[in-house]
Structures are given as structure tokens and as C-alpha cells.
Write a protein that binds this ligand. Structure first.
Ligand code: SF4
Length: 186
């Protein structure tokens, strides 16, 4: 209770002898989601090293409630870090669809965003958003761990705007399953 009052004193109303909390279900559900973002970490190349560093002692990602889960059944964030080859596109989509709703995706680094230095390669997907919807893009080659932490903070802002009345919290793109793209040249 103390943590809730620290984070959101505006929902406490004084009554004789104490306080009562008065708010919407959306607020409480979003609050829980926001502080328990469990990522399935999908390290594909050098950006994965920066992602791992974010969990080390200096940056201590766990303090934001971002605790890695190696199972798609228990994760709500898919963290794509590195070069997405066409060979890996299928497994990424399969894992994404095994995750429960609402699920989120962060694309970390130029390779995952758009192909990066390998944009012209025959074997590289030109952005992971060609195969699954992305919520937050983190630029850089590679982005530093601070950038990843900033990306998660931006995702938390997005989560606080979710409404149960709109499709159980999933965005339109999440319901659709992917942004695109049957027949594209991903
Ligand atoms: S964006 Fe740069 S650092 Fe990241 S995976 Fe691609 S080449 Fe490696």
C-alpha cells in the first residue's frame, strides 16, 4: 500500500480515520503491467552484448522490474537485439505468437530496426517490424545499455495509456498479429 501511495498519491482520498483509494480498473492494471515487464530476450548479434550488460551490476535492469524470462508463455515483452536474418524470421514469429496478450516488442539497434549495416544483404530482414509489430525502436549500432533502459521507460509510458475497453488492452496492430506483410520482400 505504501508503494502505491508513493507512486500515485492522487488516487488517495482522505476519510475520517484514514484514506480510501479511488481510481479506475485501467489504472491499477496498467500500474501492475508497467512495473512487471518481463522480457523474453532474443539476442541475435552484437547488440545482445549491450542487452546483457544492462542486467549486470552497473545498470541493474532488475530494479525496474524487468526480469528476463526464457519462456514465451511467461513473457510480455519480446526484446529483439541484433541482426534478424531471414532464417530466424520464422522462429521469431512463432515465439511472438506463443506469447500471451497484451504483448510488446522492442527493437534494439539499427539491424533490428531496418537491417543496419546489412541492409543490402540478401539474407537479412530489413527491420523486424516487417514480420511482427514493434512498440519501441532503439536506434544505434550498438545502442548503449542506458538507451535500452530508456526504451523500456518509454514502453512503460505506452502501457499507462492502455484501456481495457479497447480490445482488452491490445493495440490494433497487436490484435492483427503483425504489421504486414504477406508477400513483402522482407
Ligand atoms: S546494430 Fe550494430 S551492434 Fe547491433 S547487431 Fe547490428 S551491427 Fe551489431
Amino acid at each position: 500500500m505504501g508503494i502505491i501511495l508513493d507512486k500515485a498519491p492522487m488516487i488517495a482520498r482522505p476519510i475520517p480515520g484514514g484514506q480510501v483509494l479511488l481510481t479506475t480498473a485501467d489504472y491499477f492494471i496498467d500500474l501492475g503491467r508497467k512495473y512487471s515487464v518481463w522480457p523474453l530476450t532474443f539476442g541475435l548479434a552484437c547488440c545482445a552484448i549491450e542487452m546483457m550488460v544492462a542486467y549486470a551490476g552497473r545498470f541493474d535492469f532488475d530494479r525496474l522490474g524487468v526480469i528476463p524470462r526464457p519462456s514465451p508463455r511467461q513473457a510480455d515483452l519480446l526484446l529483439i537485439a541484433g541482426t534478424v536474418t531471414k532464417k530466424m524470421a520464422g522462429p521469431i514469429q512463432e515465439i511472438y505468437h506463443q506469447m500471451p496478450e497484451p504483448r510488446f516488442v522492442i527493437s534494439m539497434g539499427s539491424c533490428a530496426n531496418c537491417g543496419g549495416p546489412y541492409f543490402d544483404s540478401y539474407s537479412v530482414v530489413k527491420g523486424v517490424d516487417r514480420i511482427i509489430p514493434v512498440d519501441v525502436y532503439i536506434p544505434g549500432c550498438p545502442p548503449r545499455p542506458e538507451a535500452l533502459i530508456y526504451g523500456v521507460l518509454e514502453l512503460q509510458k505506452k502501457i499507462t495509456r492502455m484501456k481495457l475497453a479497447k480490445g482488452g488492452g491490445a493495440t490494433h496492430q497487436q490484435e492483427k498479429g503483425s504489421r504486414d506483410l504477406a508477400g513483402s520482400n522482407a
